[in-house]
Design a protein around this ligand. Sequence first.
Ligand SMILES: Nc1ncnc2c1ncn2[C@@H]1O[C@H](COP(=O)(O)OP(=O)(O)OP(=O)(O)O)[C@@H](O)[C@H]1O
Length: 708
Amino acid sequence: MAAVEVRNGYKYYGSKSSPKIVLNQLNMNVMRGSIYGLLGASGCGKTTLLSCIVGQRCLNGGEVRVLGVKPGEPGSGVPGSRVGFMPQEIALVEEMTVKETIFYFGRIYGLTDERIREKFKDLKDLLQLPPARQMIKECSGGQQRRLSFACAMIHDPELLILDEPTVGLDPMLREKIWNFLVETTRNSKLAVIITTHYIEEANQANYIGLMRKGVLLAEDTPTNIMIKFGTQSIEEAFLILSQRQGTEDQVVDQNRNQSVALPAAVLPLEVIDSHDPTTDEKPPIPYEETPNENRKKVFFTTKGRLKALMTKNFVQLFRQPSGIIFMLLFPIIQLTCFYLAIGKTPTNLELGVYSGEVDSYSECFDANLKTIYNANDTCHFNKLSCRYILELGDDIATRKYYASQEDALKEAKRALTVGYIYFAHNFSESVHELIEDGIHASDGAVDNAELTVHIDMTDQQVAYYMQRKLRDKFSDFMNGVVRDCNVSSALVKLPVQFQDPIYGSTDIEFQQYCAPGVVMTMVFFLATLMTAAVFISERMDGIWDRTLLAGVSATEMLWAHLCTQLIIMTLQSFEVIMYIGIVFDTYNNGDTTTLIGLLTLTAFCGMLFGLFISVFCKSHTEANFVATGAFYPMIILCGLLWPLESMPRFLQDLVMVLPFTIPSISARNVIEKGWSITNAKVYNGFLVMAAWTIIFFVLCLVGIRRKA
Ligand SMILES: Nc1ncnc2c1ncn2[C@@H]1O[C@H](COP(=O)(O)OP(=O)(O)OP(=O)(O)O)[C@@H](O)[C@H]1O
């Protein structure tokens, strides 16, 4: 009875209009209880054929039946527990130990831990596996290959497919493996398909198939093939067949040059099939796509599988030092940078000072200097600018004194100071006139009683800071002067009163304003980058495909990742909130659990965005381009750096739907205003983030299922 039947197998890569044909009307029969050696030069299509047999790829035409079912049929066990597949690449998780790897495959194939232990013991002896605790990345190439073989065998499959299993193994071990396969197939119904470059070892196979350019040139027992071609070895027979096919190719090419249409069925040249005569029938190649049955799989999982998948995910993450650094240390480093560098008061500034009232600034520091004195019940001032200079101190900026306004301007223009302040030579008299005469004071007095400030506005934040501080100091100074003169402070007060703020404090810092947005974008993109990296690596290393071929559905793998990440993201959010609360004393007027919840949801959404990227990007480079490309627009447009209200109207509406805009406002509402989750302006942040999470999840699911 046939374990594998391929009828008129046709497969191409590329587009339908210019297909690269890899399998061309291929017929193949593999009997139960036998070894089938598939031989052929590199690139002839062996791996492609095997991938169609295990259900990893679909034929574009023809039919495959494996163990009596079509690969991918729901509940068929193909791909799945009925088949063992050892791919050409190692496709094992480098960070796992030998034992963990065996348990991983055992569990996803549905074996009990007891059974896995027993099988491990048997296979360990047979394949001389490395010590149980040795990490895969510490194993030699040969050891990894043997372990990969053990993983394909662990669940006693009915069909074992081995793609180049003996490459890199020493002759003794190769012989041992062949003896084992011969023994097992003789005493059971196990069917083995094995590809190898060592043609001589294929002598031990019950049947061999000689493949060239996507065609099975011959399929028979090794002895029959040698008899048929009158050769002493299979290698010679293969050579003769290849030469014949080459000659036929030339005929085809010549005819093609003469524009003669040839039937597609001109190949294969010769098929010898003593055990299945049906292969001689050659109907025309059908061109329709065969639907991928994998997509019809319904979601289900088992505790063992979920455990295996989640263990793998955790091991993969935490055994890589970069994984732990990325997840736990990066947030700390980034937050530390943010809190130390953003929103703090500028220091080490130098401010030029010029007062026309003094000949030497030492006069200002004379302990006997009296800037205010009363005579005839009238306040008189002497070198009043000195009082301001003394009150100003060096807290805001270090004062640098100049003998002339020109000197002060020259140094400011050379950026040696942030600017300068200037007092007129009659500043004291002008202030006196202003206080005495009030609205009747002359224009000259009004002008000269001012503090004149010239600031370099190119450094906007520093300039605004200086303006604000100098103005406040001057206001305090004038209040002090009129108080000392027993004059009403109303005279020097601006008719604008800023009362206690409704929310927040008068000293609210930029840091406090942008912290929610910064923290959210940080956890989002950390999750994005990490997830994209993990998934792409898993796909490139072949682990993703191998797990799918073990019967795990793409949906199960997605769920396992989501569960793993949810745990990590919750931990990370907790860590972030605690760190900024304890180390940087960031206040929170609202509920911490609400913040952790929103942050976890943000990280989760970031993870799905990473997954989305990994599904649609082929390489790490491509994924990095997309993630970086998305990062800046999202940050710039979310109102973190500049108020949303300043954007054009259409953009304001547009950015409201972005993942960070409303959620960061919600977080700020919790922190600053102490609002709870029942408030619409808090829960709308959750809704926006949840909506993006669902969108990314659905897109990922569609993408993954299409690829599966
Ligand atoms: N995903 C793909 N897209 C396009 N072409 C592909 C793809 N995979 C394989 N091919 C091409 O199909 C042909 C058959 O490849 P395949 O890997 O099946 O050969 P093979 O016989 O297994 O080779 P080897 O023994 O070197 O592994 C090769 O020319 C290869 O370049």
